[in-house]
Design a binder for this molecule. Structure first.
Ligand code: PLP
Length: 344
């Protein structure tokens, strides 16, 4: 991401606990790579990171309000001002401290509308240290809204001469040098997600999730597996019962049968045992999931073995699709019960 950002500084979105991967580990690792600009959602997240990132700029995407003001000052956070009300509050109370200004160029989510930003630039308010906007469709490079947002951002920037600008998230970085400006803000790509939809994932695997095989049992043709008897064995089967479930972020919607998503997307999630893919059968339960290992040689899987749920064989994007969601949601909902180990 740094190389692709060209002459722009490459920042990092580490909100939502580093997309679920552990901001306390990820942010210092990125800082060692030279990252100095970090984006968190709220002041609590910023306060937690400040001791780990003493020299970094930590921007707070949600901005600032009365309840977070003291924390913002205490931890030297840079609020990203998102509305005229936030602008008025900060400028009246913050004694000229640095802030960034978010301008909404077409997402109708956060940021001042362009005319509000123009008015702000004409007011007596001290100038922001950064102006930014956010793409609605960066994952779809051909979407016409991208070009409209780029044009609008370029035109509103003329109200803020000499002030740093930032537009590109992960997908935006791939839209080319014209959108890199001074600072990029990748998130998902840093965590191994593919920033552009409907293409094979180019990012290296970052997160591997595994579960233990607890029990291996035999089920006869016609017998059912798991709650609701939604899956019926079409052959004599060997079933590996594994210690992971929806309480661990292995979403119930990814069940092999018996959930609404299966009428639209026929196949549920897969696991992998030594690189061999095996399907989830029946409903995923809170703490346990069953995989059909009938096709594996009998000695290829034993109790205590690990099954990969996410990683080099089961790509995070594939796993997300099986659950009817996106890699962002899959990663941010990784369960708290997993033992975590960091290898880089
Ligand atoms: C989350 C977020 C990012 C990072 O987006 P990715 O698509 O994960 O790269 C960048 N900017 C803003 C404003 C965000 O909310």
């Amino acid at each position: 991401m740094r190389d692709l950002s060209g002459s722009a500084r490459c920042g990092a979105a580490v909100k939502a606990n580093g997309y679920g991967t552990g901001a306390d580990r990820v942010a210092p690792r990125l800082a060692r790579e030279g990252c100095r600009d970090f984006f968190v959602a709220d002041a609590n997240e910023g306060a937690a990171l400040r001791p780990l990132l003493p020299d970094a700029r930590i921007y707070v995407l949600n901005g600032v309000f009365e309840g977070s003001f003291a924390q913002t000052l205490a931890h030297d956070l840079i609020p990203i001002i998102n509305s005229p009300e936030q602008a008025a509050f900060w400028c009246a109370n913050a004694d000229g401290r640095a802030y960034a200004l978010h301008i909404d160029t077409g997402m109708n989510r956060m940021g001042l509308m362009p005319e509000q930003a123009a008015a702000h630039s004409q007011s007596s308010a001290p100038p922001p240290c950064l102006v930014m906007s956010h793409f609605a469709c960066a994952d779809d490079p051909g979407h016409p809204l991208n070009a409209r947002q780029i044009k609008l951002f370029d035109s509103i920037r003329s109200c803020f001469p000499g002030i740093e600008a930032s537009l590109a998230n992960s997908g935006g970085i791939f839209l080319g040098a014209a959108v890199h400006h001074d600072l990029t803000r990748p998130g998902i790509a840093l965590y191994g997600g593919e920033p552009v939809s409907d293409m094979p994932n180019r990012m290296r695997t970052v997160v591997t999730a595994q579960s233990r095989v607890l029990v291996i049992r035999s089920a006869k043709t016609g017998e059912s597996v798991s709650y609701g008897a939604a899956y019926n064995c079409t052959r004599d089967s060997r079933i590996a019962v594994c210690g992971v479930g929806y309480a661990d972020g292995f979403h119930r919607s990814a069940s092999g049968a018996g959930v609404p998503l299966r009428s639209a997307v026929p196949q549920g999630a897969y696991g992998a045992i030594n690189g061999v893919r095996v399907p989830v059968v029946g409903k995923i339960t809170m703490d346990l999931t069953m995989f059909d290992v009938t096709d594996l040689p009998e000695d290829a899987v034993n109790t205590g073995d690990w099954i990969e749920l996410l990683g080099p064989t089961i790509n995070v994007e594939e796993a997300a699709r099986a659950a009817g969601t996106i890699s962002y949601e899959l990663l941010t909902s990784l369960g708290r019960r997993h033992a975590r180990s960091y290898v880089a």
